[in-house]
Design a protein around this ligand. Structure first.
Ligand SMILES: Nc1ncnc2c1ncn2[C@@H]1O[C@H](COP(=O)(O)OP(=O)(O)O)[C@@H](O)[C@H]1O
Ligand SMILES: [Mg+2]
Length: 280
């Protein structure tokens, strides 16, 4: 449960790629910050770092990322392998890792080189994001902390689950959508055995919906919602509809740049805030 004014940490996760996790995460984050004037931190923990790329594009920082940030100011800093005991407890200050696009929207950049660090030898690493948030009291600085997670089982999915209060599962309705969610439930279940988890589901959000569901899609959706474990999850009334330009548009992958998806995101944010308020 979230106390008073503390930011909830929400991870966007589904053990399936291409379901709209990143688009939803940055769409919500950017909208909350730039339209609703909330203070938002987005943490990109996916080695594919699509969230980072989209926001670097938007703020015309690609060159600076390549010349500077990539070397010293990304999520990788949190996961550096440490050997001696002194280093293990070394504090990493927020200014060392967080980039401020503007007053409201901040980010911990992702890093493709994370793929080289995915070993589980050092088991303190799944707590690194949690520790970073706690030791810098980041929940007091922000209204929302959003994490964009990778789709494959790794220490990075574990680390985002351990650090989060809630998870949102973006789901694209297709034949295999059930599998991603079943895998996710298993991962969370396994982690619970080893670590103290606070994470709770906030709900499923459908992405890439057709304006009008076909009969086939409706059937898949109904079947999906009947599956055990999934049936217990809240399903958001609002989802994102398919916007062709999001994939090919010159304006990039930012929902608020397109009228239709901006409207979708506005409704999702409203619904999310209502659910969170009722949780307090
Ligand atoms: N509402 C939408 N309409 C159209 N395309 C979308 C929508 N949401 C996501 N996409 C596209 O689907 C692809 C996968 O989305 P992405 O957010 O990267 O998924 P994930 O992070 O789960 O892999 C991307 O090309 C993205 O632009
Ligand atoms: Mg992604």
């Amino acid at each position: 449960m979230i106390e008073g004014n503390k930011a909830p940490v929400i991870t966007f996760i589904n053990m399936k790629g291409g379901v709209g996790k990143t688009t939803l995460c940055i769409g919500i984050g950017e909208y909350l910050a730039n339209e609703l004037e909330k203070k938002v931190l987005i943490i990109d923990i996916d080695p594919q770092f699509n969230a980072t790329q989209s926001l670097l594009d938007k703020y015309e920082l690609v060159d600076e990322y390549l010349s500077t940030f990539r070397k010293e100011k990304t999520i990788r800093k949190l996961f550096a392998t440490t050997t001696d005991v002194y280093q293990r407890n070394a504090h990493i200050g927020k200014e060392e890792v967080i980039h401020e696009f503007n007053d409201n929207l901040h980010m911990v950049f992702g890093d493709i080189n994370l793929i080289f660090d995915n070993n589980t030898m050092d088991n303190t690493r799944i707590k690194r994001v949690l520790k970073f948030i706690k030791s810098n009291s980041l929940k007091d600085d922000y209204d929302y902390i959003l994490i964009d997670s990778p789709p494959t089982i790794s220490i990075y999915t574990d680390a985002s689950i351990v650090a989060s209060d809630y998870y949102i599962v973006p789901v694209k309705i297709d034949k295999y959508s059930i599998l991603g969610l079943t895998n996710l439930t298993n991962v969370i279940g396994n982690l619970k055995a080893d670590a103290e988890l606070n994470i709770k589901p906030l709900g499923v959000i459908y992405t890439n919906l057709d304006d009008k569901l076909t009969k086939k899609t409706q059937t898949l959706k109904d079947e999906f919602e009947k599956v055990e474990n999934i049936g217990e999850l809240y399903v958001f009334q609002n989802g994102t509809t398919y916007v062709r330009d999001l994939q090919v548009g010159l304006q990039g992958n930012i929902s608020s740049h397109y009228k239709k998806s901006k409207d979708d995101i506005a409704l999702i944010c409203e619904e999310m805030e209502t659910i969170l308020r009722s949780e307090v």
